[in-house]
Write a protein that binds this ligand. Sequence first.
Ligand code: NDP
Length: 450
Amino acid sequence: MTLTVLNPATEEPIAELEQAGVEEADEAVTRAREALPGWRAVAPADRARLLRRLAALVEEHAEELALIESQNVGKPISGARAEVGMVAQVFHFYAGAVDKHYGETIPVAGGVAATFREPLGVVGLIVPWNFPLNISSWKLGPALACGNTVVLKPAELTPLSALRLAELVLEAGIPGGVVTVLVGKGSVVGQRLIEHPDVAKIGFTGSTEVGRLVMQGAAGTIKRVTLELGGKSANVIFEDADLERAAAAAPYGVFDNAGQDCCARSRVLIQESVYDRFLDMFVEATRRVKVGDPAREDTEMGPLISAQHRETVASFVDGEPLFRGDAPDAPGFWFPCTLVEATNEDRIAREEVFGPVAAVIPFRDEADAIRIANDTPYGLSGSIWTRDGGRALRVARAIETGVLSVNSNSSVRVQTPFGGFKQSGFGRELGMQALDGYSEVKSIFISTEG
Ligand code: NDP
């Protein structure tokens, strides 16, 4: 079966690809299993050198990769460049981490115990369409650093950057079979990886719904899983915040990547005492978001990923919203920046929209803000805006999410752990913590008696 890949900004086809099925998935797993002994035996310094070469190749091909990502996902080119920059950083970071992730010696009666970090084996990586190359690298970096071999399944909508990366992996000198990219349906290729007895772990990013299927499928072979799922994060604006700064930043906390971001701060919680003032500034800042051709240097928001997804996003906006911005009236899956006044009980505040629609919700005081922020099945991210340092820490500790930022929208960095609480998933990506998810701890006792 062939797959037609579209540019969501024009609706035009940009590639025709052959789709893999169960047979190809099995072949890829066999190749990965065969490549495993050689890859895990590569000396740590050499594995690091290969990952560093891959990072350098990503840098060398940065513009090409950014263009692929921009055309396939509809991302503004400036954002796509920043993402490719992060991909290179991720490989640099894990190149540096290869020989810094090691075991311990533990004094015990009769001898000593030593722990070792062993690779898991063949790992299956299933990634979504919103940050295809970035999220692939977050999983590939630690998986390869730990000595695993990998079968990576990109989303059907956005396979192009992962296919190019697979070529760069080989060019870097990483042996064949260590990384295989398989283009195919989640329900076929993804499902096969989840069930395959020779796959030791699934690293998954995507919807909470499919995350549940991954957990269920993995149970059959007691596979390890890391799940990075949806979110419904809060952007909490206290009356003592720098309101101008918070309002200028707020649109980008939810409309970046056209809202197709698991970290999107899609519930904007505003203290009642400054509600009207903040809202005026927030609307003005939203009006200024530049929506249009992703190829333009100054574009800040592109289209949604598909016609079907646009329908889903539109279903969240009943009646006249508080504010609706402009979007091109042309081919492309365009949707304008939209602000909706809501209560935390409304559908718009409970479900992940994954589009440029923000729910604006008032709160009374600190306790009320924490209650509303936590009143969701998700727990991924969020922001707190205040000038009171004590409050910032108090509220940050009280909000049940895996990552948070104070007076900032940004909580994803190569060096720091990223992942969710509650139904946003479990396991951590990025930082040194990601290495724990791609290795087993082995303890060996050595007797010193006799
Ligand atoms: P999915 O969870 O369906 O897709 C994510 C990945 O999982 C894709 O590679 C997909 O493959 C694969 N997949 C789908 N079904 C299965 C399956 N049964 N077994 C194994 N793998 C599978 O997300 P959608 O693309 O459908 O997006 C739906 C919603 O999910 C979004 O609107 C958003 O709310 C959320 N989402 C969250 C993301 C996040 O970053 N946390 C990322 C993407 C989506 P394929 O697409 O090729 O079928």
